[in-house]
Every structure is written in C-alpha cells, then in structure tokens.
Design a protein around this ligand. Sequence first.
Ligand code: 6PG
Length: 238
Amino acid sequence: MSPEVVVAEPPVLAQALVDLVSSAAHEAEAAGRRLSLALPGGSTAEMLLPPLARAAIDWTRANFFWGDERAVDPGHPDSNYGLAQRLFLGPIGADRAQVHRIEAEGPDLEAAATGYAARLASVLGQSPALDFVLMGMGPDGHVCSLFPGHAALREDEHLVLAISDSPKPPPRRVTLSMAALEAARVVCIAAFGEAKAEVLREALEERTSALPVALVARRFRRTVFLLDPPAAALLHRA
Ligand code: 6PG
C-alpha cells in the first residue's frame, strides 16, 4: 500500500498522531486485544510523546514496547526507555506490568535481543504483531537501529537484533528487525527539520531506493509519515 504522508506544523502532527493511535486502540479493543504500542527515541519522542500523554485515550489496557534501545542504563540520559518514562509513561501513570522495555544495559547484547524477542512472544503470541509503531528517522535514512547497507537489514529470521557497530552513537544497541516491523499493523514515522528532507525525497520518490526508511515506505501494510514543512520541503507530491 502507498504510504500516507501528512505535512503540517508540529501541533497538527501531534493531533494526527492522537487520532491514529485512538483508532488503533479502538480496533484492538474491537478485536479483543490490548493495544500494543512501540515507543520512539530521539526528537520524535521529544516532540510527540508529551501531546500523546495529554490525549483522552484510555491507556489502562495498553502494552508499551520500544523499537530500539541504546546499551545504557535505564536512568542514563541516552536511554530511550528513560526518555519515554519522563515524557509519557510517568505522566499517564503506566503500571509497571504494562511496560516492556528492552534491557540492553548488560554486557551480553545477544542475550538482551533474545530476551526481548521472548518478551514480545509472551505478551503478543508466537508471531508478534505490534498494533502501532511510532518511530523517528535519521538523516541517513535509518529507522530504529537499522542502518543503510548494514547486514542487519537482510536478517529475516529474528525479530530482535543486537547491533554493535551503530554509526550513530552509542554503537551498541538492540533493535526490532525489519521482519518485526513489517508485521506491525501501523508504522508511523515522524521527521522534523530540513536535515531529513533529502532522504525523505529519496525514500518516497525513488522506487529503487534501498534506504531502510524506503523499504518501510514501500513494503509495509500501512505506513504513515508525519512531516513538518522543512522535512517535506523537497517532496514533489506534498
Ligand atoms: C535512536 C532512534 C533512532 C532515531 C533516529 C532519529 O534511538 O537513536 O531510535 O532511530 O529515531 O536517529 O533521531 P532524531 O529524531 O533525534 O533525529
């Protein structure tokens, strides 16, 4: 399916996100599931998690996951979990039982990846399909910790991968694989600022682009881009 692209100022993008997550919550409820939501790091978390926390959404039955995590303690300023805890999970009063963080701080990253795959399966079943993945995108076209040209992009067996050579610091990370992301019902990518404009043009307008964000845009069931005007500046269709 072609990706949906919303271009607007951040407050309007935040409302679009609230509407999308509300719909996902209603669909999950109607299907007898608990909403499963994967949370982002970076500027997407900073811009969009505070307004999402203020939305009139009943979070009491939701399960919260992450798309990726850096190999740092949960209290470290670089922790994606820590950021979400401050901006979203704390403000909504999430219960510990709803929060499924990637425990990437130990010495064994492979064990962390295997442990997170087991957690996904225990909460969502043997073929885990997240209802909604919210994520950012790097200026090089990476999503989660899946970087352009990296062997991890070709991994189609495991749902969670250990990365020890991320070009974006810190180098050690744990990430959902493309296969895990592709199983999600909705993937929502937010991007802000002109540094993301060229890569978005390539991802959305060049059919042969092999950038991770382009693969998400072309192949997944439903992908929604939330872009501010500088990020969308080079799109011909926007
Ligand atoms: C991370 C992220 C990563 C991030 C992009 C965009 O933990 O580093 O998950 O994929 O979303 O690098 O980050 P910015 O939005 O801060 O540019």
